[in-house]
Design a protein around this ligand. Structure first.
Ligand code: ZN
Length: 154
């Protein structure tokens, strides 16, 4: 699953040997620039449409397996079609916030990502992450580039 089309997230895609194909939100794929798509040349990409789901700032995304175990959640603002991943674990949920936030400090102090496609949406997304992080059944929220995350231990 490609969270979004920023080069630091797609440049190594050719090194993922054995992967048959990738999915990315249709919104992100349709908004991708030529140089971003060029990096995916020779890779099978299946853009997926956004559908109503129970989570996220806009409650749009994809129930990956149709069983509520993993939701791909539209968390726009850093890019228009950015996807975060919500994974059901034994005692609740783990939210992989992708680049919607760069660190846990982002949602505790409402600091937007350094690059945004839409500041207002990025703020709404951060608000949703902040609220979700306070749920009793939220085991962890992990941002992609968080230097405070050393190792997952849950
Ligand atoms: Zn990014």
């Amino acid at each position: 699953m490609i969270s979004h089309m920023d080069v630091d997230h797609i440049s190594g895609i050719h090194h993922l040997e054995g992967a048959q194909s990738f999915i990315v939100s249709e919104l992100e794929w349709n908004g991708a620039k030529g140089h971003q798509r060029a990096r995916c040349q020779g890779i099978t990409i299946h853009p997926f449409p956004l559908k109503p789901i129970p989570f996220g700032p806009l409650k749009l995304g994809k129930d990956l397996y149709g069983d509520g175990s993993i939701y791909l959640i539209l968390t726009p603002g850093h890019t228009d079609g950015l996807i975060s991943v919500l994974v059901r674990v034994q005692d609740g949920w783990v939210l992989l916030a992708s680049d919607a936030a760069y660190s846990r400090i982002s949602w505790s102090e409402m600091i937007l990502p350094g690059y945004t496609s839409d500041d207002e949406m990025a703020f709404q997304t951060l608000q949703w992450i902040c609220e979700f992080s306070q749920r009793e059944d939220c085991i962890a929220v992990i941002a992609n580039h968080d230097p405070l995350v050393k190792e997952a231990s849950f």
